[in-house]
Design a protein around this ligand. Structure first.
Ligand SMILES: Nc1ncnc2c1ncn2[C@@H]1O[C@H](COP(=O)(O)OP(=O)(O)OP(=O)(O)O)[C@@H](O)[C@H]1O
Length: 861
């Protein structure tokens, strides 16, 4: 803007004039396009990403690399120049691999951010359009609605009970009421006439002119101040990084100790330095942090393909531990495709044929078509449904869709099936909200139509037929959603005081369960996860739908009862009806108090607190408001309950695979450390040299570790109870297994090298045997690790053939290592004879059998 005066100090009319925009028609498309080209898109500059060079250099910023660099230096000092060069080569390869993998993970996450981008409603050339918020330009006329995100900085023109949550900007958690005094002509003293980009509309409506976009918004200012802290960190990765750092320090201390003890015992300083380097290189689990981050990020990428966008990486970990899923009914368990099938009016029952929103079908009574002329109460009931309505039916070829609320769409269809024309033009309306719980409209002829849940409409009526409630209950038991209708006359010209209403009738509509819902509920039950349905609908309807999707037919608890109920009863109930968003929050807390890990779905503005409170807040991608999505950990792209179940499954899979990898990888580190320490304490020659350890890390660990990246989920992953989040990453059972294999490696490698030496083997041969004991044992142990709790040899290989490929590849690589003369020169390896191989293979097989036996003992009965 050319003037220094902030927009709110000038009248909205002035702002509009200056930005060349018509307050009613908005900008023209041509002008908007020209401005977009000139000013750029309404987006914040991408999180100031580090350049590739910096990111590559950062790969060297890890304890392992320090150790390797020091090792290279030491080796060079000892005159082993070839070794030093090889170590440096390894460092570079390691950095390249890390760089590539990190880039992949980050790319997957950036793609996610794009998926959750917001849209805005603008007026251009006099027509309302929905467009990506990025396409807004200064001067655009933008409309705001409860639940939406303010897409740019706006000078407000009109407001209607508008309140905005500005906590994203100001930290102030109480929503700010917006009131430009309804005077677009007036300049304002404060910011009440502005709505700022990135804040959330919590109530009401409004319209305003865009005065700043992208980086020039207030949010853009803040954005510049906040440093981006390289996103991909979760409690789990932090825990692992801490664990890694601890191990590194411990290993380094051990290395120093080894060196000291060895030299004190009179062994050469050079040899002991070599031992210390081998120990440091071998015993530090260097790959771990990277594997964890990448596994999580790839898991997230996979979930997108299955209908769930995870907004926060830690959610992947929590998902696997979910013990209760609280889900909405409408749209999540059901299709949210409403069809009115029954109408009750004037004490008579009618049925409607036809499905979907197409206005083809007939109105019948006792199987006979009905003419509206003889049924005035029916006519009024259907007319009320069409008049008290904000939805629109749109025909797209043969198919009919609703623009707006499906419940209201169904009412338009039922009126159209009866051949009803339009209601008199509307002059005022009270929209349906979860607080008001009914909707009313006032029309030009003074008629007031109202609709809402039966008990709420009855509250507003003078009198009503005695059997209405019973009738509604009956519809409910048939899984139908029931709406009641009423009317009145007023001369007031507004709806500020609603006159007493006259009851008209009921319309009952069917919303069939989603095809996958029952299966997904069953899967959750098998997986030890409770499923609870939380709905605003009537208890009878809720129970009937609940029974259809497999939630049992126990009593439903209403939101009102919820407050007084003790936590035990709450935990035992599966269907909650007539629940308000505030009560949802209390439900989450009650379940958490009972020790549950709670996933909760929501779509409205008022659901945001419950979504935040839940361990996993799940927002609806299609019908959800921006407010709900912002508060959620996960967004469903298809609003389908089955996607939640699949996400939980995926979360469990990711976690499982991490545990598998860690359980598989740790013994080689511990084993190598133990073998070296044992050799020094026993005063024997070094069983492995640093370069040989590096070889193991670069080949065996890498080649055999790869299949974990494509390891499928266990088939029975959803047939076991949820993981207790309080448990450590490695349970006692897993730790025991890691220690067993470490001990086998120690005994096998150390024992065998002793035996070989005693039987005349050279140092080189003995060392080659040690390397091969590690390589082959890691190979058989890989087969053990295909399942954490059951024997899975052939089936495991069939599920993940890469395991076999890796095993064969490793055998080839070890043959090269052992027999190719150049390798013998480089690594001091030596060819082995048949019997030596048999001894090595024996260790690997014994290890396999012992681990399977341990698995069996550990398996819960
Ligand atoms: N547009 C509307 N106008 C008037 N009454 C409505 C409207 N939509 C729903 N109702 C009534 O309010 C009740 C609760 O509806 P609400 O929208 O709160 O449930 P819901 O949120 O769709 O259900 P769920 O929580 O399962 O998604 C319904 O049973 C119906 O009687």
């Amino acid at each position: 803007m050319t003037t220094a005066e902030p927009a709110y100090r000038r009248s909205a009319a002035d702002v509009a004039r200056e930005l060349g925009v018509d307050e009613r028609r908005g900008l023209s498309w041509d002008e908007a396009r020209a401005r977009l080209a000139r000013e750029g898109p309404n987006t914040l500059p991408a999180a100031r990403g580090r350049g590739p060079v910096v990111r590559f250099l950062l790969q060297f910023n890890s304890p392992l690399i320090y150790v390797l660099l020091v090792s290279a230096g030491v080796t060079a000092l000892l005159g082993e120049h070839v070794d030093a060069v090889v170590i440096l080569g390894v460092v570079v390869v390691n950095a390249v691999v890390g760089f590539v993998q990190e880039s992949r993970a980050e790319k997957a996450l950036t793609a996610l951010a794009a998926l959750t981008e917001t849209t805005a409603t603008a007026v251009r050339d006099g027509a309302r359009v929905t467009l990506p918020a990025a396409g807004l330009v200064r001067g655009d006329l933008v409309e705001l609605e409860a639940g939406g995100k303010v897409p740019a900085d706006l000078r407000l023109l009109r407001t209607d009970e508008l309140a905005v949550d500005e906590s994203a900007l100001t930290g102030e958690s109480v929503p700010a009421a917006k009131d430009p005094a309804a005077l677009p002509e007036a300049a304002l003293a404060d910011r009440a006439g502005m709505a700022y980009s990135g804040t959330l509309v919590t109530r009401g409506r409004g319209a305003g002119i865009v005065v700043a976009t992208g980086a020039r918004t207030e949010l853009g200012d803040i954005h510049r101040l906040v440093h981006d802290t390289g996103a991909v960190q979760t409690p789990l990765t932090r825990k692992i990084a801490r664990f890694g750092a601890l191990v590194t320090v411990a290993v380094l201390a051990l290395a120093v100790l080894t060196f000291a003890v060895g030299t004190l015992r009179g062994r050469g300083a050079a040899e002991m330095l070599t031992a210390a380097v081998a120990l440091a290189v071998g015993a530090i689990p260097e790959g771990l942090p990277a594997v964890v981050t990448i596994t999580l990020a790839l898991g997230v990428a996979r979930m997108v393909g299955r209908g769930a966008i995870v907004r926060r990486l830690p959610a992947v970990e929590t998902l696997g531990g979910t013990t209760v899923i609280c889900t909405d009914k409408t749209g999540t368990l059901t299709r949210n495709q409403m069809t009115v099938t029954a109408v009750t009016a004037g004490g008579r029952d009618y049925t409607l044929t036809g499905t979907g929103y197409a206005p083809s079908g007939t109105l019948e009574r006792d199987g006979e078509p009905v003419d509206l002329d003889g049924h005035p109460a029916l006519r009024e009931t259907l007319l009320a449904g069409a008049a008290c309505n904000d939805a629109e039916l749109v025909q797209d070829g043969d198919s009919w869709q609703v623009a707006g609320d499906p419940t209201e769409g169904a009412l338009l269809t039922s009126a159209a099936k009866a051949g009803l024309g339009a209601a008199p033009p509307r002059v005022a309306a009270l929209p349906f909200t979860s607080e008001r719980r009914f909707m009313a409209t006032l029309h030009e002829d003074g008629t007031v139509y109202a609709k809402g849940p039966v008990e709420r409409i009855l509250e507003l009526c003078d009198d009503a037929p005695a059997d209405v409630t019973a009738r509604a209950e009956e519809f409910g038991r048939q899984a139908l959603r029931v709406l009641a209708f009423a009317k009145a006359h007023t001369g007031a010209g507004h709806l500020d005081d609603l006159p007493p209403l006259t009851f008209l009738g009921l319309q009952a509509m069917l919303d069939p369960p989603r095809p996958q819902a029952a299966r997904a509920v069953r899967t959750c039950h098998d997986a030890g996860i409770q499923v609870k349905m939380i709905t605003g609908d009537h208890a009878a309807t809720a129970r009937a739908i609940g029974a259809r999707v497999g939630l049992g037919d126990g009593a439903a608890m209403t939101g009102a009862e919820l407050a007084a109920a003790d936590p035990g009863r709450v935990a035992a109930t599966t269907v909650f009806a007539r629940v308000s968003p505030e009560q949802k929050l209390r439900l989450v807390q009650a379940l958490q108090d009972a020790g549950h890990v709670v996933a909760m779905t929501g779509d409205g503005v008022n659901d945001a607190p419950a979504l935040k409170q839940a361990d996993i807040g799940v927002a609806m991608g299609r019908t959800g408001t921006d407010a709900a999505k912002e508060s959620a950990d996960m967004v469903l792209t298809d609003d389908d309950f089955a996607s939640i179940e699949r996400a939980v499954e995926e979360g469990r899979g990711v976690f499982d695979n991490l545990v598998k990898f860690i359980v598989w990888a740790l013994p080689s580190n511990i084993g190598l450390g133990l073998v070296l320490v044992a050799a020094i304490l026993a005063g024997t020659a070094l069983p492995v040299l640093p370069l040989q350890v590096l070889w193991l890390n670069m080949t065996a660990v890498l080649v055999l570790g790869l299949p974990f990246a494509v390891e499928p989920k266990d088939e029975h992953i959803m047939r076991r109870p949820p993981r207790d989040p309080a448990l450590p990453l490695l349970t006692r059972a897993m730790t025991l297994r890691v220690l067993l294999v470490s001990a086998i490696l120690l005994a096998g490698a150390f024992g065998l090298q002793h035996w070989e030496r005693a039987h005349g083997a050279s140092t080189g041969e003995a060392q080659t045997i040690v390397v091969n004991v590690f390589a082959l044992t890691l190979m058989t142990y890989l087969f053990n690790c295909l399942s954490l709790d059951r024997p899975l040899l052939w089936r495991g290989v069939r599920r993940n053939p890469w395991v076999a490929v890796s095993a064969v590849a490793l055998a080839g690589i070890q043959a090269v290592y052992t027999y190719v003369p150049a390798m013998n020169d480089l690594f001091d390896s030596a060819p082995l004879d048949g019997p030596a191989w048999l001894r090595v293979a024996a260790v690997a097989l014994v290890s396999y059998v012992l681990v399977e036996l341990l698995k069996r003992v550990q398996r819960p009965r």
